[in-house]
Ligand binder design. Structure first.
Ligand code: ADP
Ligand code: NA
Length: 332
């Protein structure tokens, strides 16, 4: 049996956005201080699978850490780390590159989405990304991983890698990790295109609400969000085939801690012209304090660096013995 332990992370590759917050971060905060030991990571090694400007990467890593803390993660209650400062992640990833099969990797839809039409020109790291993610999780023997919907397939691969390693070496060493995908908005969609998820890497800033956006910007993005001409239905069934409408209702539900039915009981029959200002007001009320706190924390970057250095030390007390045991099992 394994210690109940949570690991999750986000990429310092741009702005933390509402999808990250509702799909992931809020659940991370919820699991903190429970029966779980919690470890949350800025996954900079994942970020460089596509080109990052060095100064921007350094800035984004600190800002992401500020975003975690401003959202409610407490560096005393959780271990906060920067991936590249804990070398065992990359070391175990190599082992997993040798466990994972080419065929498994070729099925990963995120690679296909991110590499696009020109897959031959994608980095080898982008292809191997899910094996590094498996290492991020399993180097802690993490039992639970709170993520958004988009990471479901990568979590299945993590389980397959753990099972194959255990089987190949005849051990019961790595846990078969459980994904935790919870809340009313586990897949927040782009505000400009209801068929795409809200993402840091979307070139259109209007497609997402950034956690650093000010009140006016949030209100404007919601006002301009793509919708359809119909009124809101009074039941969830009425949102089928209306992805943009569904998305705004999901966001409202998540931000107000209600389910979709409760929201529709309140707003069913309203036009978007009336609903959007309600959503904007709620979003500003919930997000503006986080943006303010992020800005305050970014005034003392030495303190952020100190938190990450301390987190890495605590992390390595877990990861170094697990890597050592892995090497022993393998015969190294
Ligand atoms: P991005 O895809 O924007 O670069 P990351 O890959 O850093 O974000 O993901 C960090 C966490 O946020 C992951 O758990 C991921 O599942 C979650 N997440 C990312 N985008 C969304 C979204 N649009 N809706 C819900 N959760 C999301
Ligand atoms: Na992602």
């Amino acid at each position: 049996t394994f210690t109940p332990r949570v690991f999750s992370g986000a990429q310092p590759s741009g702005n933390l956005h509402l999808g990250n917050y509702l799909g992931a971060l809020r659940n991370w905060v919820r699991m903190q201080g429970s029966e779980f030991e919690t470890i949350y990571c800025m996954v900079d090694l994942h970020a460089i699978t596509v080109w990052q400007d060095p100064a921007e990467l350094r800035h984004a890593t600190r800002e992401l850490c500020a975003g975690y803390i401003a959202s409610g993660l407490d560096p005393e209650k959780s271990i906060l780390i920067n991936q590249s400062q804990v070398p065992e992640h990359a070391q175990l990833a190599w082992v997993f590159n040798c466990i994972a099969r080419m065929g498994w990797m070729q099925r990963m839809t995120q690679f296909k989405d991110k590499a696009g039409k020109n897959a031959q020109n994608a980095s080898l790291g982008l292809f191997a990304y899910p094996a590094l993610m498996a290492a991020d999780i399993l180097v802690y023997h993490a039992t639970h991983v709170p993520v958004g919907e988009d990471q479901k397939q990568h979590l299945e691969l993590t389980r397959d890698i753990a099972i194959k390693f255990n089987h190949d070496y005849g051990v019961d060493f790595f846990p078969v990790t459980e994904p935790v995908i919870e809340g009313a908005a586990t897949r927040v969609m782009s505000l400009r295109d209801g068929s795409k998820k809200m993402s840091k890497s979307d070139p259109s800033d209007a497609s997402r609400i950034n956690m650093t956006d000010d009140a006016e910007t949030i209100a404007k993005k919601i006002r301009k969000a793509k919708t359809d001409p119909d009124a809101l239905p009074s039941e969830a069934k009425g949102l089928e085939d209306r992805p943009e409408a569904r998305n705004l209702v999901d966001i409202y539900a998540a931000l107000s801690d209600q389910n979709v039915d409760q929201v529709l009981a309140e707003v069913g029959g309203k036009q978007f012209g009336a609903f959007k200002p309600m959503l904007a007001e709620l979003a500003v009320e919930k997000l503006a304090p986080i943006a303010t706190e992020m800005a305050r924390l970014m005034n003392d970057q030495t303190e952020i660096d100190r938190i990450l250095t301390r987190g890495s030390e605590r992390a390595r007390a877990i990861t170094a013995p697990i890597l050592r045991q892995t090497y022993d099992i393998i015969g190294m």
